[in-house]
Design a protein around this ligand. Structure first.
Ligand SMILES: NC(=O)c1ccc[n+]([C@@H]2O[C@H](COP(=O)([O-])OP(=O)(O)OC[C@H]3O[C@@H](n4cnc5c(N)ncnc54)[C@H](OP(=O)(O)O)[C@@H]3O)[C@@H](O)[C@H]2O)c1
Length: 295
């Protein structure tokens, strides 16, 4: 089969298409014929060697979706022919930028029949991060107000939908953020650029608000606005999607929202040979929703 691989860490130019053996499903795995793999900022961190991946040469791609074509003996609840989506790949095993990927059953779930598998390819990191931040960490409740920074991005646009599905009042920003709001303040904030926005967050937050931080623009400058945040007794929770206790359970919850409450907007699609362009675009271009690779 064809797969994108990098044999050394580096910039986009280390990505190449190789002919490799098609994987087989181990007893606890599902072999997925990949319809699409989401392109995420974390894919570029693995490529650069900031952390992960499982070894070299590596197949990138934390996300994948497609049809289950073989199911290991120990796997329950998935049958050949099912539509499935997965996340948490490429840290400890080959990822989704390939024609096929073998996915352990603890990081995959089924989707409704007829689900758009190209859109589902972009769902994993974006939707699970949104779900873990808003539901698991912030315990968002229906009568509350939530502010989502970067509401047009992969995580942001999924978070807007997950929050709306709870019945919460949803506010979102898009870059650049310049103005503060009046009123009682928001209850929950999802922040992907803490170094830039913790001060803004403290200004618009209500007393005791919960801020969930998933990233920062320049980690080296820290959180200069922490004094303002202390003034409101803000609860600051930092998180990594990879720490989600059960990715399969999170994906199953999100799969049950699919179509009626949750959809992934595909901004652009690339083939395997265009992986370098896709990873360049995810870090430099402005788009609504997700970029995906369709093998
Ligand atoms: N901790 C975790 O588990 C976790 C999980 C997923 C993602 N992340 C991190 O979260 C961040 C977003 O990921 P993503 O997949 O959603 O990326 P993405 O799809 O590229 O979205 C980025 C969003 O940020 C906006 N943005 C760009 N510059 C901005 C600025 N100066 N101020 C405010 N917003 C700005 C973009 O808007 P424009 O298009 O208008 O520029 C876009 O809406 C990344 O840093 C990623 O590494 C962390």
């Amino acid at each position: 089969m064809r797969a994108v691989r990098f044999h050394e860490h580096g910039d986009n130019s280390v990505l190449q298409v190789d002919e490799v053996d098609r994987p087989e499903a181990a007893p606890d795995e599902v072999l997925v014929e990949v319809a699409a793999a989401g392109v995420n900022p974390v894919d570029t961190y693995f490529r650069e060697g900031s952390y992960g991946p499982y070894g070299l040469p590596a197949i990138p791609g934390v996300d994948a979706a497609g049809e289950a074509v073989a199911v290991g003996d120990a796997v329950e609840g998935v049958a050949a022919g099912d539509a499935v989506f997965a996340t948490g790949l490429s840290s400890t095993m080959p990822g989704g930028y390939a024609e096929y990927v073998a996915v352990p059953d603890d990081r995959l779930a089924t989707l409704p029949e007829g689900a758009d598998l190209v859109a589902a390819g972009g769902a994993g990191v974006a939707a699970v991060t949104a779900w873990r931040a808003l539901i698991q960490h912030a315990n968002l409740r229906p009568a509350e107000t939530v502010l989502i920074h970067g509401g047009s991005g992969g995580v942001g646009h999924a978070a807007v939908q997950v929050a709306a599905a709870t019945g919460a009042r949803v506010l979102a920003t898009a870059a650049p953020v310049t103005a503060a709001a009046d009123g009682d303040g928001v209850d929950v904030i999802l922040d992907h650029r803490l170094d830039e926005y913790l001060g803004f967050d403290a200004e618009v937050a209500g007393h005791g608000a919960r801020v969930v931080g998933i990233g920062e623009n320049r980690p080296e400058i820290g959180f200069p606005a922490s004094a303002a945040a202390r003034g409101k007794d803000l609860n600051l929770q930092l998180m990594s999607m990879f720490n989600t206790p059960s990715l399969a359970d999170a994906l199953a919850d999100l799969g049950s929202l699919w179509d009626d409450d949750l959809g992934i907007e595909v901004a652009d699609s690339y083939d395997l040979a265009e992986a370098a362009a896709a990873q360049r675009a995810v870090m430099t271009e402005s788009f609504l929703g997700k970029l995906v690779i369709e093998p």
